[in-house]
Design a binder for this molecule. Structure first.
Ligand SMILES: CCCCCCCCCCCC(=O)SCCNC(=O)CCNC(=O)[C@H](O)C(C)(C)COP(=O)(O)OP(=O)(O)OC[C@H]1O[C@@H](n2cnc3c(N)ncnc32)[C@H](O)[C@@H]1OP(=O)(O)O
Length: 222
C-alpha cells in the first residue's frame, strides 16, 4: 500500500499518519458472528491470497476520513465530526452492510465480499437496488482512490441482472480499465460466490480532483 500511495503522489508521511490514526479506530472488515459460512470461506480464500503479497486486505472504519490515505488533503473541516461512512452506518452486526475488501494493486482491481442484511430489503427477501449501487460505488471508488488518488464519482451506470437474496454472499469485482488524463474509467461485476449468477454489472467514470484546488474550493465553486 505504501508503494501504491507513493506511486500516486500521496506522500509516505501522510500515509503513515493515516495508518497510525486509522489503527486507533475499530476495523469492521473483520469476521463477526453474523458472517455466514460462505462469507467466512470466501474471506479465508482471499486472506490466503494475501500471503504472497498479490492481494491486500483493506481495513474498514466507520468514519470515512479514516479510509483516505493523505486525508489531510481531503479534509474540508479541520475537526473530526460525528459522521459515518454510509455503508458503516448501522451498529448492529449483520443487519446492514457486511463487507470486506481486498485490493490487487498490480491488476488495479478491488473486490468486495458482500453479505446484505435484512435492513437492506427492497423487494421482499431481496437487497434494495440502492444498497447494491452503494456497495458497487464504494468498491469501485476504493479501487479508483488507491489507483488514482483523489477522485469523485462522476457517472455510475448499473444493469441489474438478477436480484440478490438477503443474507446471501456475493463478490463485487471491480477494476480500472483506463485512465485518460483526469478521467478514470472502471467496470464491475457482482456475482454469486460460485460465479454462476450475474447479479449486476456496472461501468463508472471517476474524475481525479484538480490538484491545484483544495476539495473545499472545488465544493464551493459549484
Ligand atoms: C478504500 C476503501 C474504502 C472506500 C472509501 C470510500 C469510497 C467512497 C466512494 C464514494 C464515491 C462517491 O459517492 S462520490 C459522491 C458522488 N459524486 C459527487 O458528488 C460528484 C459531484 N460532481 C463533482 O463534484 C464534479 O462534477 C466532478 C468533481 C466529478 C468533476 O468536476 P471538475 O473537477 O470541475 O471537472 P470537469 O472539468 O467538470 O470535468 C473534467 C472532465 O471530465 C468530464 N466529465 C465530468 N463529469 C462527467 C460525467 N458525469 N460524464 C462524462 N464526462 C464527465 C468533463 O467533460 C471533462 O472532460 P474533458 O473536457 O476534460 O474531456
Amino acid at each position: 500500500l505504501l508503494k501504491t500511495c507513493s506511486l500516486h503522489g500521496i506522500s509516505t508521511f501522510s500515509f503513515q499518519t493515516w495508518l497510525s490514526q486509522a489503527r486507533q479506530s475499530k476495523d469492521y472488515a473483520l469476521p463477526n458472528s453474523s458472517w455466514s459460512q460462505g462469507m467466512m470461506d470466501l474471506y479465508s480464500r482471499f486472506l490466503e491470497m494475501c500471503k504472497d503479497g498479490t492481494w491486500k486486505r483493506i481495513p474498514s472504519y466507520s468514519n470515512s476520513i479514516d479510509h483516505i490515505p493523505g486525508k489531510a488533503f481531503w479534509c474540508v473541516c479541520k475537526e473530526r465530526k460525528e459522521t459515518r461512512l454510509f455503508p458503516r452506518n448501522m451498529d448492529t452486526e449483520g443487519v446492514g452492510f457486511e463487507y470486506a475488501m481486498f485490493l490487487n494493486p498490480s491488476e488495479k482491481r478491488m473486490v468486495c465480499l458482500f453479505q446484505p442484511g435484512p435492513y437492506l430489503e427492497g423487494h421482499p427477501g431481496f437487497a434494495h437496488g440502492g444498497s447494491t449501487a452503494t456497495i458497487i460505488d464504494s468498491t469501485i471508488g476504493g479501487c479508483a482512490i488507491f489507483v488514482a488518488g483523489r477522485v469523485m464519482t462522476a457517472n455510475l451506470s448499473i444493469n441489474y441482472r438478477n436480484p440478490i437474496p438477503l443474507g446471501s454472499v456475493v463478490l463485487v469485482d471491480s477494476k480500472v480499465d483506463q485512465v485518460e488524463g483526469r478521467k478514470v474509467f472502471l467496470s464491475c461485476q457482482v456475482r454469486s460466490i460460485d460465479g454462476q449468477t450475474l447479479h449486476a454489472e456496472a461501468t463508472a467514470l471517476f474524475i481525479r480532483l484538480d490538484s491545484t484546488k483544495s476539495l473545499q474550493q472545488q465544493m464551493s465553486s459549484q
